[in-house]
Design a binder for this molecule. Structure first.
Ligand code: 5GP
Ligand code: ZN
Length: 114
């Protein structure tokens, strides 16, 4: 989508601090981190939210989760633990409507979230 912020980050039009990427997935530091480690994992292809992932997106969803694990290892938080979040829709607190996983760690994560 031409006016989508994360499509622009995914294509390199807007710069980001890249943690890892492959042909389908990009992980980059969140600009407003909520924890010592706060990385966003996105598909390079536009999908608005979890609700818009269809039957043909199973492999992509798997790759997003796999990338989240790799991010946790690369950032050194895998052993201590971390949280993976997909804010979805209005009540979920989603503000950018391009599917993304938050990978948060480096401190104890509280439960329940706000
Ligand atoms: P949401 O609220 O949709 O789950 O998460 C959107 C996230 O994107 C927020 O954590 C916000 O800080 C992050 N974000 C918004 N704009 C930018 C940007 O231009 N660059 C980066 N790296 N992160 C952004
Ligand atoms: Zn997009």
């Amino acid at each position: 989508m031409s006016d989508c912020l994360f499509c622009k980050i995914g294509s390199g039009q807007i710069p980001a601090k890249v943690v890892l990427q492959d042909d389908e997935v990009l992980a980059f530091d969140d600009v407003n981190p909520q924890a010592p480690v706060h990385v966003l994992v996105i598909p390079k292809r536009h999908v608005s939210a979890l609700n818009d992932a269809g039957a043909g997106d199973q492999a992509l969803l798997g790759r997003l989760l796999e990338a989240a694990i790799l991010v946790a290892r690369k950032k050194g938080i895998a052993e201590a633990g971390y949280r993976v979040v997909a804010n979805t829709g209005r009540d979920g607190g989603q503000t950018v409507f391009h599917l993304h996983l938050h990978v948060l760690g480096g401190r104890h994560m509280n439960w329940p979230p706000g």
